[in-house]
Design a protein around this ligand. Structure first.
Ligand SMILES: Cc1cc2nc3c(=O)[nH]c(=O)nc-3n(C[C@H](O)[C@H](O)[C@H](O)COP(=O)(O)OP(=O)(O)OC[C@H]3O[C@@H](n4cnc5c(N)ncnc54)[C@H](O)[C@@H]3O)c2cc1C
Length: 304
């Protein structure tokens, strides 16, 4: 059993795989611990009122090791799923074969690409309202984007924030009309059309966001908007390029799995977590799918 990825999905699959005596090998990739290593407080992981993301991931790694997983720090560069055993090549030049494969390579949020956005990430700049909205009770936030995700994030944030600014580069949203109507009807929401965020400002001690600079996309005019938080909702990119042409994906390159299952289009290959999920994108759902993948892999090895 080979697992690609060391986020909550990968480590959970490893714990279940090891406890089923499948002697799993887990390849960690470029970001050992996955997305939660770039955040601070996590308050929705069951069993922990508050845990720091990097600490939680170190604990998951230790648990996977303790259960008997071989953990390798290496990046998968090529996979051949055309026959079994599956063949995997890595950055270090090491080759692996696997009778069953769990893909848990996750996804990365798309960011605006501003240096100041990176500086305040986790300190007022976020790509996940479900994760971080709670920290903005009574505060003013801005959401960037124009699709359904941006509208849903903005709606969710109205539960906490006193004001939600939606910033969009164009003069109309791409989100479906029902979502748009609900958003526009909410008195907490203020639309900023033809606007793009070109800078984030804040304080150093403590590190926190205080304002953003908006550029008018039709005229060369800029202005500042005072906000406590900035939510970037311009999409996610699943890490699936390795599987292009081999596994079935949707039009946004997410892996497609069978209903109520982690089975991909190739028997023996399972996908768990954000690499196949654009709906929930949570640590606990990723972990749940990692468990499913390991149980399905075990059954696959037992019954072929
Ligand atoms: C800033 C931030 C804050 C968040 N806060 C929360 C929160 O409070 N609560 C919550 O539930 N969720 C939160 N999330 C979402 C949560 O982190 C993700 O839903 C979860 O990490 C997904 O887990 P995963 O295992 O699917 O993949 P990921 O965590 O994305 O991990 C993917 C793994 O795959 C590896 N990988 C990728 N490509 C390769 C390759 N070629 N070879 C080998 N390995 C590879 C990477 O190195 C990484 O280890 C947050 C996300 C972010 C970005």
């Amino acid at each position: 059993m080979l697992i690609i990825g060391s986020g909550p999905a990968g480590y959970t699959a490893a714990v279940y795989g090891a406890r089923a005596l499948l002697a799993p090998v887990l390849l960690q990739g470029l970001q050992p611990g996955g997305q939660l290593t770039i955040t601070t407080e996590v308050e929705n992981w069951p069993g922990d009122t508050m845990v720091l993301g990097p600490d939680l991931m170190l604990r998951m790694e230790a648990q996977a090791r303790h259960a008997g997983t071989e953990i390798i720090t290496d990046i998968v560069t090529k996979v051949d799923l055309s026959r079994r055993p599956f063949r995997i090549e890595t950055d270090s030049g090491q080759g692996w074969t696997a009778d069953t494969l769990v893909i848990a390579t996750g996804a990365q949020a798309r960011w605006l690409g501003l240096p100041t956005e990176t500086r305040y990430r986790g300190f007022g700049v976020s790509a996940c309202a479900t994760c971080d909205g709670f920290f903005f009770r009574g505060k003013v936030v801005a959401v960037v984007g124009g699709g359904n995700t941006a509208v849903e994030e903005a709606m969710f944030l109205t539960k906490f924030a006193s004001r939600v600014h939606l910033i969009h580069r164009r003069g109309e949203l791409r989100a479906d009309k029902t979502n748009q109507a609900r958003l526009m009807a909410n008195p907490k929401v203020e639309m900023h059309w033809h606007s793009e965020v070109i800078d984030v400002h804040g304080s150093d001690m403590p590190l926190k966001v205080e304002a953003i600079t908006l550029n008018d996309t039709r005229a060369a005019a800029t202005r500042q908007l005072a906000v406590d938080g900035l939510f970037v909702a311009i999409g996610h990119v699943p890490a699936t390029h390795l599987f292009a042409g081999q596994l079935t994906m949707d039009d946004e390159f997410y892996l497609i799995t069978a209903p109520d299952s982690t089975a991909t289009s190739i028997p023996g290959v399972f996908a768990a977590g954000d690499v196949k999920d654009k709906l929930y994108r949570q640590a606990v759902t990723a972990a749940g799918m990692g468990c499913m993948a390991a149980l399905e892999a075990e059954r696959f090895l037992a019954h072929g």
